[in-house]
Design a protein around this ligand. Sequence first.
Ligand code: HEC
Length: 193
Amino acid sequence: MRHVGRLAVALSVSFVILAVGFSLSNGQDKPSKKLVNRGEYLVKSVGCGDCHTPWKMGPKGPEQDMSRLLSGHPQDMVMPASPISAPGPWMGSFASSFTAWSGPWGVSFTRNLTPDKETGLGDWTEQNFIATIRTGKRMGKGRDLLPPMPWPAFKNMTDEDLKAIFAYLRSIPTIKNNVPEPIPPAGQAGNAK
Ligand code: HEC
């Protein structure tokens, strides 16, 4: 009887250790539902999808294509040369998808924010994301982010809000979509080969 009692104690202790270990390791890579919900609220109210989700023509006019949520400029949408030198006070033009933008900076394409490792933010850490938004440089040290990405506004968000946004971006469906690199002003010939 004593043996059974000891065994029961030993077992329950190891269950507690297992449970603590599991929740710790889980807490590190899986953000809480509350944080993800807050991120979703921010992304939807700030309107990241206006530029990062391609638009398509719907029954009531242009609408975001939710099957391509936040996946950036569609890789199969090849852009012809852009009419960059618009006359007068016009500064630039943009694609019907709202994902390709032409102006004095050249042509920029909104990027894939889904967790795909090769074409999205799958390999990014929370720190990479926060550094990008704070500095306007990819991962805080790469090339400058081009317009119209409104990072000069977003850099005013708190760390908590940026962490929530990143947690939400981690939770959305992975979409493989290889966004083209920007085209410098001199070579405004579109990305058609
Ligand atoms: C007005 C359009 C617009 C809005 C709104 C917008 N973005 Fe962007 N974003 C862009 C463009 C264009 C790029 C690509 C810039 C470049 O290639 O230099 C970009 C790039 C990025 C990048 C860099 C990714 C990479 O791989 O380099 C991140 C991260 C990003 N946006 C996150 C966001 C988030 C999060 C929101 C909402 C809080 C948001 N963006 C809202 C236009 C926009």
